[in-house]
Design a protein around this ligand. Structure first.
Ligand code: SAM
Ligand code: SF4
Length: 459
């Protein structure tokens, strides 16, 4: 058994969020930058005193700055098919829902990818419904990965494909791994077994354990880069957050490594999806901020992903609490970027409709560095290697320069004039902050190469 509800409830009910205890957890977490225990997480989740909560937020920001600096990594979801055999009551793609269905063909996938490349994206998250049909099953997805990697817009191509698809068998995971994908992502949706049963009416996904054990099978197949997540709103958010940590404890003890990323979607409005009309455990904005901050403290080296489900306002606030990856300019209907057919059903409504360029500009205003870097994955710095490597000192020597180099490329090739001017100014400010003249000179040398037309430089 991976998730023990009784144990979680018992730890939660006995945790005492008094000031001394909370202070000592926060001091430990910033000192050691190590994962917190279930009891420590429960203690932080139970804090209600506004002053103590502010301390949690402040410490989360410090940890984020130590590990990630001011970089925010961009990605775009690429929905290739909305055919689905499952019946998840929160999703518009569910089998029982009558929406216009589509599995993009090769030229439509190329069209989508080119549209994303022209915006400046380098990293996509391939998303699909779960179909048992031979025309939109695993083989279809594997071919789609090849198509996306082979797409070109001028000298630009997609450098990393992460994948969010239904759980596979070990042998199938091996086939997926052979395609050189980045992260395999899967959200348990809810760790609460009874709720899980109520919302997943039919299809393979109605099997809680099969889904929960998917990451174990992915590791057995050789993956070392996986992403977990909870669909917040189905069950109590504090329980879900504790259970997520218990899932991570399980992975660490069995495989010696936890997830590379955690996603924190909140349920959004979706056509024909009853659980989006009346969300049973709706998470307020303030609780949402709290859970992101607690996750930042609990698993300092795990990236936290936020999508365009959320509004610009809440996205801005969460960036300061622990989010390290965001999407921008997203569409959740297959064909949405290349405008294949506007009548094709989307998965859920978006909260942020801004273009990538507008989001980039906004990040600059907040002094964040928009990064399009994919170096770690391409240099094999994944899994345990990534954890070893992602120590604060090394990040400043490699990740920040890589972020700056990829951002310079973005500014030269894709930015509007307004973003370019703001970006150039920021770049000069950031470079002048470097104490080590060698690193400074190196970055400036790479900038000259980019200005001379060289592309795809990373260290
Ligand atoms: N079909 C596969 C599955 O369910 O695992 C993978 C893709 S599914 C489209 C990706 C994720 O979208 C789901 O895991 C779920 O968390 C999220 N999702 C579904 N409906 C949503 C909604 N109404 N609001 C926000 N996220 C939603
Ligand atoms: Fe299908 Fe995934 Fe939507 Fe469930 S969440 S209905 S499995 S696409």
């Amino acid at each position: 058994m991976i998730i023990h509800e009784d144990k979680i409830n018992q730890i939660f009910s006995t945790a005492k969020p008094d000031k001394e205890e909370v202070d000592s957890i926060l001091a430990k977490s910033i000192r050691s930058l190590e994962r917190l225990s279930l009891k420590e997480v429960a203690t932080l989740l139970k804090v209600s005193d506004p002053e103590l909560n502010q301390k949690i937020f402040d410490t989360a920001l410090k940890i984020k700055e130590l590990i990630y600096g001011n970089r925010i990594v961009f990605f775009a979801p690429l929905y290739i098919s909305n055919y689905c055999n499952n019946n998840c009551l929160y999703c518009a793609f569910r089998q029982g829902n009558s929406i216009s269905r589509k599995a993009l063909n090769k030229s439509e996938i190329l069209n989508e990818t080119e549209a994303l490349l022209k915006q400046g994206h380098k990293r996509v998250l391939l998303v699909a419904g779960e179909s048992y049909h031979s025309q939109h099953g695993l083989d279809y997805i594997l071919k789609a990965i090849d198509t996306i990697y082979n797409a070109k817009a001028g000298s630009h191509s997609i450098k990393r494909i992460n994948v969010n698809i239904a759980p596979l068998e070990v042998a199938e995971f091996r086939k997926l791994k052979e395609k050189d994908i980045g992260t395999y992502q899967i959200f348990q949706e809810t760790y609460h077994r009874a709720t899980y049963k109520q919302v997943h009416l039919s299809g393979t996904k109605s099997n809680y354990d099969y889904r929960l054990e998917a990451i174990d099978r992915a590791f057995e197949a050789g993956f070392d880069d996986v992403g977990l997540g909870v669909l917040y709103g189905l069950a109590d958010w504090k329980f879900e957050t504790m259970a997520l940590i218990e899932h991570i404890e399980h992975l660490e003890s069995k495989f010696g490594i936890g997830p590379h990323t955690i996603s924190v979607p909140r349920i959004e409005q979706a056509t024909g999806a009853p659980y989006t009309e009346n969300i049973p455990h709706k998470v307020s904005d303030s609780d949402f901020k709290k859970l992101v901050a607690v996750l930042r403290l609990a698993v300092p080296y795990t990236g936290i992903i936020l999508s365009t489900r959320e509004s610009p306002l809440i996205r801005r606030e969460l960036l300061k609490l622990g989010i390290s990856q965001i999407s921008a300019g997203s569409r959740t209907n297959p064909g949405g970027y290349g405008k294949t057919d506007e009548s094709i059903g989307e998965q859920f409504s978006l909260g942020d409709h801004r273009s990538l360029d507008e989001v980039v500009y906004d990040l600059l205003e907040m002094n964040f560095l928009p990064s399009f870097c994919t170096a770690c994955y391409r240099l094999g710095r994944t899994g345990l290697d990534f954890m070893e490597y992602a120590r604060p000192g090394d990040i400043r020597k490699k990740c920040e320069p890589n972020g700056l180099i990829t951002f310079r490329e973005y500014l030269n090739d894709f930015a509007t004039l307004k973003t370019k001017e703001s970006g150039e100014k920021k770049i000069q400010e950031w470079i002048s902050d470097y104490d080590d003249p060698k690193v400074k000179n190196r970055i400036n040398k790479y900038f000259r190469c980019i200005d001379a037309g060289q592309r795809d430089i990373f260290i």
